[in-house]
Structures are given as structure tokens and as C-alpha cells.
Ligand binder design. Structure first.
Ligand SMILES: [Zn+2]
Length: 144
């Protein structure tokens, strides 16, 4: 057997029964595959020893009870149709107003944006400095 095939078999939870003997004899003679098998054995042993969290009895029932308490009891279909319609109209009006104001703000800022994106050396150096500032912010040491 080739080492790649043996190591593929070793990576499985269980070696295929038909290949078990061939894999075992290869591992006995091949130091590379032996070290792979030892690494997998170490991982298995570590996982076996790791503490596993087991939910207490009735955990699912407690979660379900907590979720039903957190859910609003009033359903949308329980409301009057007129109330839902009014809420939808108000939401649409708010979204439309926000869009209009956003477009107006963009019109106001357009000359400033044009100045900030002009391909002049001073503007380019400003963006370089801005990029370095952002990079420095991302690379800052993490606080404990
Ligand atoms: Zn091998």
C-alpha cells in the first residue's frame, strides 16, 4: 500500500476491515505512517479525556419554557387589519422620507466628495495616510 492510502485509512474513524491487515503491516514498517498513527492516537486520547458538557435533566423542557415566555403572546393576525395597514403605511412613509433626506444630503455633499476623490497628489497622500491609520487601527495590540 502507498503511504497516502494508508494515511487516508488512518484518518477514518475505523480502518476498512478489508484493509486492516495491510494497513497494520505497513504501519509496522513505515516510520512516517507510524508517526501519523501516533498523532491520531494522541488526538483520540485527548478527545476522550476532554470533559464533555452534559445538559441537566429537563434541559430541553426548561429552554422551551423560557422561549415560550419570551415570545410575544400577541400575534399579528390577532390585531385589527386597519392597525396593521396603518403600521405598514407609517413604515413606508418613514422609509421614503429617509431615502429622500439621504438623497438631499448626498446632493449637498457631492462637491465635497468630488474634492476628496480628485486625483491630485495632495488628495492621494491624504488617502495614503488614511489607509495607514486604518491599518494601524486594525493592527493595534488587543487589550485584555
Ligand atoms: Zn507509509
Amino acid at each position: 500500500m502507498r503511504c497516502e492510502d494508508v494515511q487516508l485509512e488512518l484518518a477514518r474513524d475505523e480502518v476498512a476491515p478489508a484493509l486492516r491487515q495491510a494497513v497494520a503491516s505497513h504501519v509496522l514498517e513505515c516510520p512516517a505512517c507510524k508517526s501519523v498513527q501516533l498523532a491520531y492516537d494522541g488526538i483520540d486520547e485527548t478527545l476522550r479525556r476532554a470533559p464533555m458538557w452534559e445538559p441537566p435533566r429537563g434541559f430541553a423542557r426548561m429552554v422551551a419554557a423560557g422561549a415560550s415566555e419570551a415570545m410575544p403572546s400577541e400575534r399579528l393576525t390577532d390585531r385589527l387589519p386597519m392597525e396593521s395597514l396603518l403600521q405598514a403605511a407609517t413604515g413606508s412613509l418613514l422609509i421614503g422620507t429617509a431615502g429622500y433626506l439621504g438623497a438631499q444630503l448626498l446632493d449637498l455633499l457631492a462637491p465635497m466628495l468630488a474634492a476628496l476623490t480628485a486625483p491630485t497628489p495632495s488628495v492621494m497622500w491624504m488617502w495614503v495616510a488614511f489607509s495607514y491609520a486604518i491599518a494601524a487601527w486594525f493592527a493595534r495590540p488587543a487589550r485584555a
